[in-house]
Ligand binder design. Structure first.
Ligand SMILES: NC(=O)c1ccc[n+]([C@@H]2O[C@H](COP(=O)([O-])OP(=O)(O)OC[C@H]3O[C@@H](n4cnc5c(N)ncnc54)[C@H](OP(=O)(O)O)[C@@H]3O)[C@@H](O)[C@H]2O)c1
Length: 339
């Protein structure tokens, strides 16, 4: 970490970021990172040096490594963004923490909540920052949704319906369908409807779920109906087999609130009041959206926090437990259907 002057005013810290596994999401994240003046795009590591070099050139990183280990052990790296496939999040996060680095790790944080417990314990023991890259949590339109609901503008919330679906080409070796990669629609995209239900209404008291299974053994589609405190119901759908609206609708006693496509990074919010008045707030269509989670990491580090109070590690563990409970309910449903 170094200090630099911005606009000749107060000194601000800059943080050296390193990216592990420069795939699809790492590209988007790097564009977001470039919007944060505190973030220095320091290094990127791929299993192939040439790929790392090309990525570094395209996205403005100073250094390129041909192995993850080299980047993890570079003493100049402050924060590592882990963007590898799901089944590697645990291994890469643990390695980065062991090397004394702060970590932002892609969603789903790990393959199960037990892994999250181990990751959390190590971060605490090493006094290092750790957070799941659940970017929606920091998007202004999600924050506005929470604010509106808390203000009582739709009255008492009664129901949430949220779906996330697209047609994914079936490839049993791809990270979406390969069980060894932690694939499946629930882990990959169902996490967003589940995140919304969990953060708006708390951990559910009852869950009823069903899945359709792809030939590789992971879920192609999953639907869950959950009952939360005060009888609030959430209906959650995710699928790799259909192009869904990928919207969320929250209805209450005095109105409703729609998070438009794609609701995990909504392009607009529409509030319908009891009076029938309709108010739509558009979001910035050119916005990348990944800058906010990176900003949160650096805000916390600047404050000496080793965990985000906005998206704490216990919440990441709870979210994974929620996904595990949905999966267990779907398995139970399938077993009952067979008998
Ligand atoms: N937050 C979001 O909006 C969002 C969106 C999409 C995905 N994600 C998450 O981000 C993670 C990566 O997804 P992605 O779409 O970026 O995947 P991707 O394009 O396939 O990239 C993953 C990268 O991981 C590296 N890797 C290491 N071991 C690998 C292996 N055995 N097989 C394949 N790749 C391997 C590869 O980089 P090298 O070969 O260069 O080392 C590859 O480029 C996933 O956990 C996913 O859930 C998040």
């Amino acid at each position: 970490m170094v200090y630099s002057k911005k606009n000749n005013h107060a000194q601000v810290k800059t943080w050296n970021w390193g990216i592990v596994a420069p795939g699809h999401i790492a590209q988007k994240f790097s564009i977001g990172l470039a919007e944060n003046f505190q973030a220095k795009r320091y290094a990127v590591a791929s299993r192939e040096l040439q790929k790392a070099k090309d990525f570094a050139k395209k996205f403005g990183f100073a250094k390129a490594y041909g192995s993850y280990e080299e980047l993890i052990h570079d003493p100049e790296v402050d924060i590592i963004y882990v963007a590898s496939p799901n089944h590697m999040h645990f291994e890469h996060t643990i390695a980065a923490l062991q090397a004394g680095k702060h970590v932002l790790c892609e969603k789903p944080f790990a393959l199960n909540s037990h892994e999250v417990t181990i990751m959390t314990a190590l971060a605490h023991r090493k006094n290092l920052f750790l957070m799941e890259a659940l970017w929606t949590r920091f998007i202004p339109s999600y924050l506005k949704t929470v604010e509106w609901i808390k203000s009582g503008v739709i009255g008492e919330p009664k129901q949430l319906t949220a779906n996330f679906g697209f047609v994914a080409k079936y490839d049993p070796q791809s990270r979406l369908f390969n069980p060894e990669f932690g694939g499946g629609s629930l882990a990959d995209i169902g996490i967003y409807p589940a995140f919304l239900a969990l953060t708006l209404f708390g951990y559910p008291e009852k869950i009823l779920a069903t899945s359709t299974i792809a030939p590789s053994g992971v879920d192609m589609s999953t639907e869950a109906i959950c009952q939360h405190k005060d009888g609030v119901i959430s209906k959650l759908i995710c699928t790799f087999a259909e192009n869904l609206e990928t919207e969320a609708l929250i209805t209450g006693t005095k109105g409703s609130l729609r998070m438009h496509r794609s609701f995990h990074m909504p392009c607009a919010l529409t509030l319908t009041r009891e009076s029938g008045d309709v108010e739509t707030i558009p979001a910035n269509p050119n916005e990348n959206g990944y800058q906010y989670e990176a900003l949160e990491v650096m805000r916390c580090l600047d404050n000496g926090q080793k965990e985000s109070d906005q998206w704490p590690l216990l919440k990441s563990a709870e979210l994974l437990r929620f996904l595990e409970a949905i999966k267990a309910s779907a398995l139970e449903h399938a077993a009952n259907a067979r008998t």
